[in-house]
Structures are given as structure tokens and as C-alpha cells.
Design a protein around this ligand. Structure first.
Ligand code: NI
Length: 223
């Protein structure tokens, strides 16, 4: 346990109105500060997007989210992570450099895209367990079992419907970001015995195509 620290007197309150939350972010620095675990916004079901923003406001928000995700860097960012309780996420994955890791994790590049009101459902019963992290749980990684294949339904930023199947790492990213919009974090379902500090062993374990050595040495099951 850590020792006693000064206790903040209160959390920073968010504006009640989601558009006001957006305008506050658009008024602030870019990249936007990323909210960390413990903040209630990360445990709140985000409001569905139903036109609360003008087109210009939505596009400006998407740009802030894109820049914030890239500079973090991350492969996905959900609006609650910048203090906005709105069902909106951005994703983009350049893919890994190591072809062996790319093959093991079925990690293919994912072009930048916006997910509005995303939902997913499992396709089949296969699962995959790999190290995963979150910009809102800074400094940690843990093995997380996910559906290998999902059906994603959503809209894009223009309102066009999205309905497609994704596999591998793309499916993982979609599950992680969609979960954020329902107040869920990967640590809710991660294998906690695999927990590794980013400035410690996480890079060692993440260099394995499959986390088999980590599972054996740290003592956790792989699905
Ligand atoms: Ni996350």
C-alpha cells in the first residue's frame, strides 16, 4: 500500500449538458488531457449521439480526438476518455512492425475511422488473449481475453450506417472502445495475475507473439 497523500477536496465536475462538455474540450488544449481511472465519467454509460452537436462541432471534436489518440499514442480513444459522456470513439492502427507478432495477433492495419453509437456482438465462440493497455489506465498492461470475431454496428461521422465483421486486433480495438462507452474498462475482465508495469516487465511480455512465457512464469491461464 502507498502512504497517505493529500486528498483532493472534490473531483472536477463535468458540465451537465453533453454539448457543454464538448465545447469545454474544444476550448481547451490539444491534445486534450486524458481522464484516468477513478473518474466517474469512465464508469458512466455514455449518451447516444443523436445530433446534440452541429456538424462543425462534431468535426472539430473528431479532430481533437484524432490528434489526442495519435499523440498519446494509442490505437483508439473514446469520448469519455477526454471527459465527454457521448457514445463516440475514434480508432486507427498502423499495425505492428514485427511480422511474427502481426501474424500471431491477427493485427492488420486499421485506417482511421469514427464510430458513432457503436455496438458489437460475438461471431462464433473463439477467443484470443493478449496483453492490452488503456490510455486511461496509464502505466499498466494486462492480458485480456476478447472475442476473436465480432459484428460491429454503428454509424460513421456522416451518419452512414456501419455493419461489418471484424477479426483479430481490429475486433479487439472495437470491443475495448465500445466497452468504454458503457462504463467498462479492460481491467474489469483482464487476467490480473498478468498485470505488468509499462516501465517494467510489460515490454518484455509484449515482445512475445503469444503471452505464453508470461502465463507460465506469472501463473495465469490462457483461454
Ligand atoms: Ni481504453
Amino acid at each position: 500500500m502507498t502512504g497517505a497523500r493529500p486528498v483532493p477536496s472534490a473531483i472536477d465536475p463535468l458540465p451537465r449538458d453533453v454539448r457543454d462538455q464538448v465545447l469545454q474540450v474544444l476550448d481547451g488544449p490539444v491534445p486534450a488531457p486524458i481522464v484516468q481511472a477513478g473518474h466517474p465519467v469512465l464508469r458512466t454509460v455514455a449518451q447516444p449521439y443523436d445530433g446534440q452537436l452541429s456538424t462543425a462541432e462534431l468535426m472539430a471534436l473528431v479532430e481533437v480526438m484524432r490528434t489526442t489518440m495519435r499523440e498519446a499514442p494509442g490505437v483508439g480513444l473514446a469520448a469519455p476518455q477526454i471527459g465527454i459522456s457521448l457514445a463516440l470513439a475514434v480508432v486507427e492502427d498502423p499495425g505492428p512492425l514485427d511480422p511474427e507478432i502481426a501474424a500471431a495477433r491477427e493485427r492488420r492495419p486499421l485506417a482511421f475511422r469514427v464510430l458513432v453509437n457503436p455496438r458489437y456482438e460475438a461471431v462464433g465462440v473463439e477467443r484470443a488473449a493478449f496483453y492490452e493497455g488503456c490510455l486511461s489506465v496509464h502505466g499498466w498492461s494486462a492480458v485480456t481475453s476478447r472475442h476473436l470475431r465480432v459484428r460491429l454496428t454503428a454509424a460513421d461521422e456522416t451518419g452512414s450506417p456501419v455493419d461489418e465483421e471484424l477479426t483479430g486486433w481490429q475486433a479487439r480495438i472495437v470491443q475495448h472502445e465500445t466497452d468504454h462507452l458503457h462504463g467498462r474498462l479492460y481491467v474489469d475482465v483482464a487476467e490480473l495475475r498478468s498485470l505488468a508495469a509499462t516501465d517494467g516487465m510489460a515490454a518484455v511480455w509484449a515482445s512475445e507473439p503469444h503471452p505464453r512465457t508470461a502465463a507460465r512464469i506469472l501463473g495465469f491461464p490462457l483461454v
